[in-house]
Design a protein around this ligand. Sequence first.
Ligand code: GDP
Length: 196
Amino acid sequence: LNYRNTSFITSAPDIRHLPQDAGVEIAFAGRSNAGKSSALNRITDQKSLARTSKTPGRTQLINMFEVVSGCNLIDLPGYGFAQVPLEMKLKWQKSLGEYLQRRECLQGLVVLMDIRHPMKDLDQQMISWAIESRLPVLVLLTKADKLKSGARKAQVLKIRQMTAEFGGDVQVEAFSSLKGIGVDQVRRKLDEWYAP
Ligand code: GDP
């Protein structure tokens, strides 16, 4: 698919307010500051498809984009803000879990993690939920340009070993929006999920 034609469709305050469960959907998730907006912009070759500077702790919306008719990308709000009250965190986690488990048109989950600080609690939770729902997962270790090639490869191998223990279909790749590392692999994976 040509990801350069991706356009914004709508925002929803929560998962219940997303448009009807139709077409093929791929969701992007990650801790805030993991580099999700930069990755979406890079993959779609657009400067500001997903806004890259957001105020931590603010209520964020779920954004839906269309690659071509019937093929949608979902940008889930970043998780892991220290400032958010526990009650809100738990509520949001519950609805994320429900989304991953119940959204029929969801065909794959991309989880973005800073290559220097991967696999925090909620990252692991997201992967478990996806696997329970038999969803394939692509883990992107972002900001890969921050590590030298040897350390980068070691980190990719380490996370591949960790995720292998979850069972399920999990692929792990290094990614850098800045240097373009891994962009083609992501597009190939999305192509596969959109056209099984
Ligand atoms: P989000 O909160 O997950 O959407 O993260 P952003 O895309 O807004 O990025 C968070 C911070 O990481 C910003 O300061 C970006 O400039 C930086 N960043 C994002 N991607 C990269 C990358 O590939 N390399 C480097 N070095 N920095 C990055």
